[in-house]
Design a binder for this molecule. Structure first.
Ligand code: PMP
Length: 330
């Protein structure tokens, strides 16, 4: 018989898929690493297991304890999966820009959520950082993983994501592109790929226009899960060769094209990463192999990026609508 002992054993070992249409006019090979095939639906499943294992080992999380974390949703799902298996309570703090579908996923796994306003400074008592600090202080037996500073986040990518990419490309990968949120994915994967290739693999960060990584001030943007208004310690800028920005409009258009042209229903930060990868790949030769990490799936964004009314309400003109069936039959 072949089966997993538990759903946690299914985390990682996600496949690479070649992009064939959105890469029109590009000589390089562009491969995407499809992280929505993780059991919780995102790359964050990888960090959750390692963070909780380490907390138990270090005595920071004891039986009956509570996990408290500010998260845009995906980290929450990963943590909720592991917590459920091991009997911990989970409380997640989310900014209000996170879609309702994503919130409902967390409560479906049995977690509790607290929603905070997006348009306040990190040091404001109502910010999602402040609120989660207060909850972690006041709930007895609480453990705050703090994905922005926890080195087990980047380490999980150093130990799994990086080696998987190296193995699956037979060491031929030349460029790695990932969106930067906490910075854990790009720092851990990037460090591994730099080490194993003697510095040959180029590491490219994808950032929403306005965020600090690409020189912005943290001005609000709509792409979820990426960009910051501060510099988290999970981010190691020394492994990143270049950060390229993409506007919400470019990222969302690419997100929609990935579904329609490549059959990949993914989230907005995946559209961001591919949009940036194609900017970088435009000048690359045919023997370049660009690997782009797609952090999550598109189901959490059906009411937003994939909803024409929502897109128009933010001034994005969704392309390729065409005639309705009614127009055709009239
Ligand atoms: N995309 C999405 C949808 C995310 O939730 C995250 C995590 N915040 C990222 C990208 C960025 O990953 P990282 O935190 O490892 O930089």
């Amino acid at each position: 018989m072949e089966y997993a002992e538990s759903v946690i054993d299914l985390v990682g070992n996600t496949p690479l898929v070649k992009l064939n249409r959105v890469t029109d006019g590009i000589a390089a090979t562009v491969l995407v690493k499809v992280e929505y095939l993780n059991p919780g639906g995102s790359s964050k499943d990888r960090i959750a297991t390692r963070i909780i294992d380490a907390a138990e080992r270090e005595g920071k999380l004891k039986p009956g304890g509570t996990i408290v974390e500010p998260t845009s949703g995906n980290t929450g799902v990963g943590l909720a999966l592991v917590a459920q298996q091991r009997g911990y309570r989970c409380v997640f703090v989310l900014p209000d820009k996170v879609g309702e579908d994503k919130r409902n996923v967390l409560t479906a796994y049995g977690a509790e959520i607290v929603v905070t306003p997006t348009a306040v400074a990190p040091e404001d008592p109502d910010s999602y950082y402040s609120v989660s600090d207060r909850l972690a202080r006041e709930i007895p037996g609480a453990f705050k993983p703090n994905q922005y500073a926890n080195q087990n986040g980047p380490l999980s990518h150093y130990e799994t994501t990086g080696p998987e990419i190296w193995r699956d490309t037979d060491g031929r990968v030349t460029h790695f592109v990932a969106g930067v949120g906490t910075g854990g994915t790009i720092s851990g994967t990037g460090r591994y790929l730099k080490e194993v290739s003697d510095g040959r693999v180029q590491i490219i960060g994808a950032d929403p226009e306005g965020s600090v990584y690409s020189g912005g001030t943290g001005r609000p943007y709509l792409t979820e899960g990426v960009g910051e208004d501060f510099w988290p310690s999970a981010y190691d800028p020394s492994v990143v060769d270049q950060v390229i920005a993409s506007s919400d409009a470019e990222s969302f258009e690419m997100t929609r094209r990935l579904a329609r042209e490549e059959g990949l229903l993914v989230g907005g930060s995946s559209g961001l990463a591919v949009s940036v990868a194609l900017k970088a790949a435009a000048d690359l030769p045919a023997d370049a192999i660009v690997v782009v990490l797609l952090p999550d799936g598109g189901r959490g964004y059906l009411g937003k990026i994939f909803n024409d009314k929502w897109m128009r309400s933010y001034g994005f003109a969704p392309a390729s609508e065409g005639a309705t069936v009614r127009d055709v039959l009239a």
